[in-house]
Write a protein that binds this ligand. Structure first.
Ligand code: CLF
Ligand code: SF4
Length: 297
């Protein structure tokens, strides 16, 4: 539990609703959907919808410019006093859109310096941005890591786009894996708190996630969030079309129990939308669409 954490870490998570199970009863987060592009393909994703690494698939978020995002943050902060964190979690990958993501953080930091900044990424571009992340004061980063074995990865990721070139299969998964591990190590060395998300895909990476857990723990990740694959043919994902099922609640809990040693497991994740607003499990985004923001401003 968080009471076992060193004081300097506790001070940094006590008001973050995802990083602290206790905080999620008292503090709110919001996402701004400023990152439309992605640099990899996951078999559980349909690009028309939000990034399924962080979110429940099948929802389409309101895409914002950095300026609109900053305006929206101020409007939400004025109405929701529990707001403590602003995150960028899609609808694509935050670091496949670095100029939009970092401009958004610059604007928010200037306008509302007390809010914590958070971002979520698949990790491919991460090693290139660690210094900027640290210098901006983004102190919480989530990396989605679904495998540490490229053979497993090849069944999850058909391709990546890296250094102006497309890679496929095991080669693509190997590059992604190496970049994820390097990004994780550099973030930890820079003093950033890292949470790892994993999507549990029965028959593909379910048993393997125990090895993922050990690998990310050894590299200093602070919290592991194992989320169920949500696969629905109506969402048009590759896995949905091939009939890949998600885990049952019992399968998910059994795996979480196996991974819970001296590392914290997150069990209160609500698989938020890329434009979610409010306490976890509550979505007040509808109150804060850009139409209504324009009316307030
Ligand atoms: Fe957002 Fe993610 Fe930051 Fe939280 S959500 S970017 S770490 S501020 Fe939280 Fe939502 Fe689960 Fe994400 S409950 S989907 S873990
Ligand atoms: Fe989709 Fe997110 Fe995977 Fe990109 S990283 S393909 S947006 S699930």
């Amino acid at each position: 539990s968080s009471s076992a954490l060193p004081e300097h870490i506790r001070a940094r998570v006590h008001d973050h609703p995802c990083y602290s199970a206790e905080a999620h009863h008292h503090f709110a987060r919001m996402h701004v959907a400023v990152a439309p592009a992605c640099n990899i393909q996951c078999n559980y994703c349909n690009r028309k919808f939000d990034c399924a690494n962080e979110s429940r698939p099948g929802v389409v978020s309101e895409k914002l410019t950095p300026e609109q995002a900053a305006t929206k943050v101020l409007a939400v902060a004025a109405r929701i006093p529990q707001l403590s964190v602003v995150g960028i979690a899609g609808p694509g990958d935050a670091l496949a859109n670095p100029e939009k993501t970092f401009r958004t953080f610059d604007l928010i930091k200037a306008a509302a310096p007390d809010l914590r900044l958070c971002l979520s990424t698949n990790g491919l571009a991460l090693p290139d941005h660690v210094e900027r992340i640290r210098d901006l004061g983004v102190d919480h980063v989530t990396i989605t890591i679904n495998m540490v074995d490229p053979e497993v990865g090849a069944r999850i990721y058909p391709w990546i786009y890296y250094r102006h070139k497309r890679f496929h299969g095991v080669e693509a998964a190997r590059i992604l894996h190496e970049r994820q591990m390097l990004g994780l190590e550099r973030l930890v060395a820079a003093g950033v708190l890292v949470k790892v998300n994993s999507v549990m895909i029965p028959g593909i990476n379910d048993a393997h996630l125990v090895a993922v857990n050990a690998a990310v723990k050894a590299r200093g990740a602070f919290l592991h969030n194992i989320m169920p694959l949500i696969s629905d043919p109506a969402h048009g994902t590759h896995f949905g079309l091939t009939g890949q099922r998600g885990p049952t609640p019992e399968e998910l809990k059994t795996l979480q129990d196996r991974c819970e040693g001296d590392m914290q497991l997150m069990r209160h994740c609500r698989q938020c939308r890329a434009d979610a607003v409010g306490m976890l499990g509550e979505d007040r985004g509808g109150e804060f669409g850009m139409d209504s923001i324009a009316a307030i401003a």
